[in-house]
Design a protein around this ligand. Structure first.
Ligand code: AMP
Length: 361
């Protein structure tokens, strides 16, 4: 245990009330902690499973002060927590991971610069603030390329591909001329991620490299183990470890990467860092002896990390939008665990549940 480690019965404050907050709270409950979820959305599905909740805006200082007073540590389940909110809470309670991590990862340009400084490879990228810069970026990087807003993009939102011969300004217009980065389009062989946990005393434990398949830019399947060579698996975990260390990170983070084939060799390019538990780690709830959610709770509580053992080959399938209505068909499938998030509104593109199938060793 680290100095100041929380005892069972302590209260963990979670900013954000989506399914990640809900699964964090369920893992915390198993370890004897209470959770208090803070979310501006009345229908937050994490509210259903916690002892206390606050429904208020992220700039409501009175509500934030009362929340800080009621919890022993604050963590978050999404990366777009406003910087002022994180700073306000950090003046009153430990906030883990450190809010500085949010500042870096909320902005694709500062995130890519941070990764590059560590000498970790990414797709070629350039900052785009003006039409001239866009032309210069294309000159440097070439086409096809992907224009991404620096802030607030997720699940393919805030992105526009620019094909060879297409009008780049039209692509930028669709993003309302927001500050962007232009990234070279990567012809990847597969996408993988590493979910890593780092404890308060600096120990890092990575889950097995996970292979991810997207549909319409939204994660659809995660499979473990990923079909990569042992060398690539080692490199992927090493990259996640380096990033966690460089941030002096406490908690769980995910690093999304592209596997690129160059002749007979494979290399990795980092696409994105998520400073939180991640959809590609959901398989760990049923597929491993310790889940990503439990690792995160252990880390922020100052507990030692678990040493997860995987239960076999695992596939996680996201239920998206109205797919949740077909949940009954999964209930009798051998080796399947069903997770329904209890969301009121199954809008298209919204993650409404997932199922995990264990295939045995
Ligand atoms: P992101 O929001 O950056 O994680 O992107 C969402 C998805 O879009 C990724 O998981 C990839 O499937 C695809 N994508 C993003 N950036 C690139 C790129 N530079 N080249 C090719 N595909 C990309």
């Amino acid at each position: 245990m680290s100095a100041g480690a929380l005892k069972p019965g302590a209260t963990i404050g979670i900013l954000g009330g989506g399914q990640l907050g809900r699964m964090l709270a369920l893992a915390a409950a198993r370890l004897g902690f209470h959770c208090h979820v803070y979310s501006p959305e009345r229908d937050s599905c994490a509210f259903d499973v916690v002892r206390a909740s606050t429904c208020a805006a992220y700039d409501d200082r009175a509500a934030l002060a009362a929340f800080a007073e009621a919890v022993d540590v604050v963590t978050y389940e999404f990366e777009n927590v406003p910087a002022q909110c994180a700073a306000f809470l950090a003046a009153r309670r430990p906030v883990l991971p450190d809010p500085e991590v949010l500042e870096t990862t909320q902005d694709r340009l500062s995130e890519k610069n941070f990764i590059s400084k560590l000498k970790i490879a990414t797709a070629p990228y350039a900052s785009v603030h003006s039409a001239t810069q866009l032309a210069d970026a294309i000159e440097k990087i070439g086409l096809p390329a992907v224009l991404k807003t620096r802030r607030l993009g997720y699940d393919g939102k805030g992105q526009a591909k620019i094909a060879r011969g297409a009008d780049p300004n039209a692509a930028w217009r669709t993003l309302r001329h927001a500050p962007c980065i232009l990234e070279g389009f990567v012809n990847f062989e597969r996408e993988v991620s590493v979910v890593a946990a780092r404890s308060r005393d600096g120990k890092v434990v990575c889950f097995d490299v996970t292979e991810n398949e997207h549909r319409d830019h939204i994660l659809k399947f995660s499979k473990v183990p990923a079909a990569v060579t042992p060398t690539i698996a080692w490199e992927a975990r090493d990259i996640a470890q380096q990033i966690a260390k460089a941030f002096d990170y406490v908690g769980v983070l995910a690093v999304e990467m592209f596997v690129v084939r160059k002749g007979k060799r494979h290399t990795l390019l980092v696409n994105e860092i998520a400073p939180r538990v991640h959809n590609s780690g959901h398989w760990t709830i049923d597929g491993a002896s310790v889940s990503q959610f439990e690792q995160h709770i252990r880390a922020v509580a100052g507990w030692p990390l678990g040493k997860p053992v995987r239960h076999g080959r695992v596939q996680m399938t996201n239920l998206i939008g109205a797919e949740i209505d077909g949940y009954a068909k999964w209930l009798n499938v051998p080796g399947v665990a069903v997770h329904l998030y209890g969301k009121k509104d199954a809008r298209p593109g919204r993650k409404t549940g997932h199922v995990t199938r264990i295939f045995g060793a």
